[in-house]
Ligand binder design. Sequence first.
Ligand code: ATP
Ligand code: MG
Length: 431
Amino acid sequence: MSDALKQGAMQIVRRLCEAGFEAYLVGGCVRDEQLGRPVKDYDIATSAHPDQVQRLFERTVPTGLQHGTVTVVIGKKPYEVTTFRREGGYEAFRRPTEVEYIDSLTEDLQRRDFTMNAMAIDQNGHLIDPFDGLKDLERGVLRCVGQAEERFGEDALRMMRCLRFASAYGLMVEQATWDALNSGISLLRHIAMERIRAELERMLGGSDPNRALELLADSRALRHVKQELLLSKLDKETEWPPLSRLTEMEHRLAFIYIRLGADPAGVEEDMIKLTFSRQQMETVKRIVAAHTVLVSGLDESPELNGEPYLRRIWIAAALNYGVSALRTLREIYLLEDAPIWTDNVKVSRAVDVWRKLGCVWLEQMPVSALAELAVGGKELMGHLGVKGGPWTGRLLHRLLESAALGELRNDKETLLAAAQEHYDKMQENDE
Ligand code: ATP
Ligand code: MG
């Protein structure tokens, strides 16, 4: 599979060379190949100008002509072919103001961010590595090409990339690069939140989220982004259990927010600022909301905190926020032997019970959503001979809760009888 991907790339490189141009594989694909990691996409750098590339290949798409990129399609696979270039001044600490086409591969490699990203492979498969990227990789070091301070000043996004590469590839940031990152970190205010989010997502979703948290805390990066975030509270003192035990990035994020003491509204605001998708935000928010409701439910009824009560509110939360949110919440509770985020004994005990029994309780639920209930709203109103109103919704929800708890059988007769009883009682009370 990835072999075919590489063959397509080499085909492009050879074709360009046959036509008298220089062409190489460059960037991330070279790095990942050297590390024996799977390669997502192969990028090609060439001395040919975009119009020359377009003329040489049958199927091309002008995806980024303003910076010299043409997409060449081989088979069904797209490859980015970019003309060697030098970047002029930089604007707003992010975009080069002008790009100038050049003839020199070395100079093209020189504009790249880190030594491990500044290597190339020629048409014969030979490595070209003017900045000792391979040596750095072997030593496990992430280092800027050239003067780190200058490089981060040109494009502040490189600092987020630095944190991401260090955590995702398990690298130490070389001292001068790290010093420059720390002194330049406030430039992150120039970077669009969307770019910050994209890096953050890859850091937290990557193979070592704990390292990501450590680097974010050490660099205080999130305190310096455009908008104020709850996540900026991440600090060096916080200890974290192994977050990689949670498989989804969203679940890791939910734990982080819980650990920082965020409430659901705060989570929503933070994630919108970071331009996460609506769906991602909902997933995280549901987990945090379920947790918040469960824990605050305890304070109001201290004398009732026995297992039956803990089961009741657990199942009620599952109905409100979804069974999968509660499953995840249990996984979150299992991360630590005892919750470090609270010193409230009542809360620790409840969490302990939910860790042990939460999953069984969820599995035993005979119904978990209104759609599964043996009666619907219309039928209920028909049976009681009333028009619908907000209370019919509430009544349905009560029936659902009782059925989910196993107090009522989920069949039509039982539910309608219970509804009738409830309705009669309500009428009496009204009189
Ligand atoms: P990945 O695709 O896994 O994020 P990558 O290194 O391929 O890693 P890309 O964003 O695809 O990253 O960029 C391709 C190459 O372009 C990089 O390897 C690097 O050489 C160069 N590059 C990308 N972004 C920058 C930047 N902000 N500053 C300098 N060079 C960059
Ligand atoms: Mg890439």
